[in-house]
Design a protein around this ligand. Structure first.
Ligand SMILES: Nc1ncnc2c1ncn2[C@@H]1O[C@H](COP(=O)(O)OP(=O)(O)OP(=O)(O)O)[C@@H](O)[C@H]1O
Ligand SMILES: [Mg+2]
Length: 378
C-alpha cells in the first residue's frame, strides 16, 4: 500500500510533432491518491491513459514532472524495483507453464523459498476461486479464467500498487460485469492502491472511488463518480459520463431563461445568479435523457419535436426526436404509446439542467462541492 503522487507529469514522444505543447501524449497530470484508493482513468482512445500507467510502472520515462510512490521520487527506480504489479489487456501468460507456475513466476525470480511461494499461490487461488485450475495450462482455460490467473499472478507479489490497463476488454459483456464486481471485492480485501484504466464509462462509474477523466493528454476533471455525473466541469465530461449521453442544445439566454428553436427552459436560482454576472448570451444547455419526461405544450420548461425513433426496452422506452437542428434522446419510464412521426412535448426540472459556455465549454453555475476538479484550459 502506498500513496502515489503525480506532479505536473508529462510525456512527449520523440516522434511527436514539434511545436505546440498540445501534442504531448500526457501533459500537466496532477493527482495525489489516498493510501489504498481505487482510481480509474477514463477517456477516449489515444487520450494518454496507457502512457500514464506506463510512466507509473517505469516502463516509460516521464519527460516532465515527478512521480512519487510512498513519498519517494521513483524517476531513477527501474520498473522491477518499484514494487508495482500490472495486469494489462493482453495478460501474456506463459503458455508452457501451469497456472501455479505462472502465478509463482515472479516469486521464483526473486528466489523466495518454495514453501512461501506455494502458500502465496494457494491464498491467491482461493481468493480468486481458481484452486481447481492450478495444474492446467493457459490454453485449457476460458478467457475469464485466464483473466483470474493474470490477477493472481499480480496478487501473489503483494505489491504497493496495482496497475490495471483495460484488463477486462477481452471478455464478453456478462463476464465483464462479473469480473468487475470481483475486482472491486478483491480491492476491498487487499486494500492496495490501484490505478484502473478503461474507456467504458459504466466500468469507471461502478468501480472508481475517484475517476480521472482525460482527453488529448490532459485531465478534464477528477472527482467521485456521483460528482462527475451531477457536476461535470465542462461539456466534454458531461457528454462522456452518463449513459445514454447528455443532450446538448444550442441556446440563447435572456431574463433568466434559455431558449432556441423548439425548446425553452427557465433557470433555477443558481443558474440565474451565475448568468447575471456574465456577459455571455450563447450557451449550451445540457439535459440528461433520464431527466426528460412527458410535458405539456403550455409548460414553462419544454422541448418539442417530431419523434424519429422509438425503442421499447421493457423497463424504459428510448425516444429520439428532432428538435430544430438537434436530435434529443429521452429515456422515458416503462412502456410508452409514442409513435414515429408524433409531435411530442417533453419537460425537465430547472434544477436538472446544465449550462456550458458556448466558447470555453466550461460549466456555468454548478460546482462540485469537492472542488477537486482540475479543469483543462479551453
Ligand atoms: N511509443 C509511442 N511513440 C509515439 N507516440 C505514442 C507512443 N505511444 C503512444 N503514443 C501516442 O500517445 C498518445 C496516447 O497514447 P496512449 O496509448 O496513452 O492512449 P490510451 O488513452 O491508452 O488509448 P487507448 O484507449 O486506445 O488504449 C496517442 O496519441 C498515441 O498515438
Ligand atoms: Mg491504452
Amino acid at each position: 500500500m502506498a500513496i502515489v503522487e503525480l506532479k505536473n507529469v508529462a510525456k512527449r514522444y520523440e516522434s511527436q510533432h514539434k511545436g505546440s505543447s498540445s501534442n504531448n501524449a500526457v501533459d500537466n497530470f496532477n493527482l495525489v491518491t489516498r493510501d489504498g484508493e481505487f482510481v480509474v482513468l477514463v477517456g477516449p482512445s489515444g487520450c494518454g491513459k496507457s502512457t500514464t500507467m506506463r510512466m507509473i510502472a517505469g516502463l516509460e520515462r516521464n519527460t516532465g514532472g515527478e512521480i512519487l510512490i510512498g513519498g519517494k521520487d521513483v524517476s531513477q527506480v527501474p520498473p522491477k524495483e518499484r514494487d508495482i504489479a500490472m495486469v494489462f489487456q493482453s495478460y501474456a501468460l506463459y503458455p508452457h507453464m501451469s497456472v501455479a507456475e505462472n502465478m509463482g513466476f515472479s516469486l521464483r525470480l526473486k528466489k523466495r523459498p518454495a514453501e512461501e511461494i506455494k502458500q502465496k499461490i494457494d491464498e491467491a487461488a482461493q481468493t480468486l476461486g481458481i484452486e481447481h485450475l492450478l495444474d492446467r495450462k493457459p490454453r485449457e482455460l476460458s478467457g475469464g479464467q485466464r483473466q483470474r490467473v493474470a490477477l493472481g499472478r499480480a496478487i501473489v507479489r503483494n505489491p504497493q500498487v496495482f496497475l490495471m490497463d483495460e484488463p477486462l476488454s477481452n471478455l464478453d459483456a456478462k463476464l465483464r460485469v462479473d469480473m468487475r464486481a470481483e475486482i472491486v471485492k478483491l480491492h476491498k480485501r487487499l486494500n492496495v492502491t490501484t490505478f484502473y484504466v478503461t474507456h467504458d464509462q459504466v466500468e469507471a462509474m461502478t468501480m472508481g472511488e475517484r475517476i480521472v477523466v482525460m482527453k488529448d493528454g490532459e485531465i478534464q476533471q477528477i472527482d467521485t463518480p456521483i460528482n462527475l455525473y451531477d457536476f461535470p466541469a465542462n461539456r466534454f465530461v458531461a457528454g462522456f459520463i452518463g449513459n445514454p449521453s447528455m443532450n446538448f442544445l444550442r441556446a440563447r439566454h435572456a431574463d433568466g431563461a434559455v431558449s432556441g428553436p423548439g425548446f425553452a427552459f427557465t433557470l433555477d436560482a443558481a443558474h440565474t445568479q451565475a448568468m447575471a454576472s456574465r456577459r455571455v448570451v450563447d450557451v449550451w444547455v445540457g439535459v440528461r435523457p433520464e431527466h426528460l419526461r412527458i410535458g405539456d405544450a403550455a409548460g414553462a420548461n419544454r422541448v418539442e419535436g417530431t419523434v424519429d425513433v422509438v425503442e421499447t426496452l421493457g423497463a424504459v422506452t428510448m425516444v429520439q426526436l428532432s428538435v430544430g437542428e438537434h436530435v434529443v434522446t429521452a429515456q422515458l419510464p416503462g412502456h410508452q404509446t409514442v409513435r414515429i412521426g408524433d409531435t411530442l412535448t417533453l419537460t425537465c426540472d430547472s434544477d436538472k439542467l446544465h449550462l456550458f459556455d458556448s466558447e470555453s465549454e466550461l460549466a456555468i453555475g454548478r460546482e462540485s462541492a469537492a472542488a477537486s476538479s482540475a479543469t483543462a484550459e479551453a
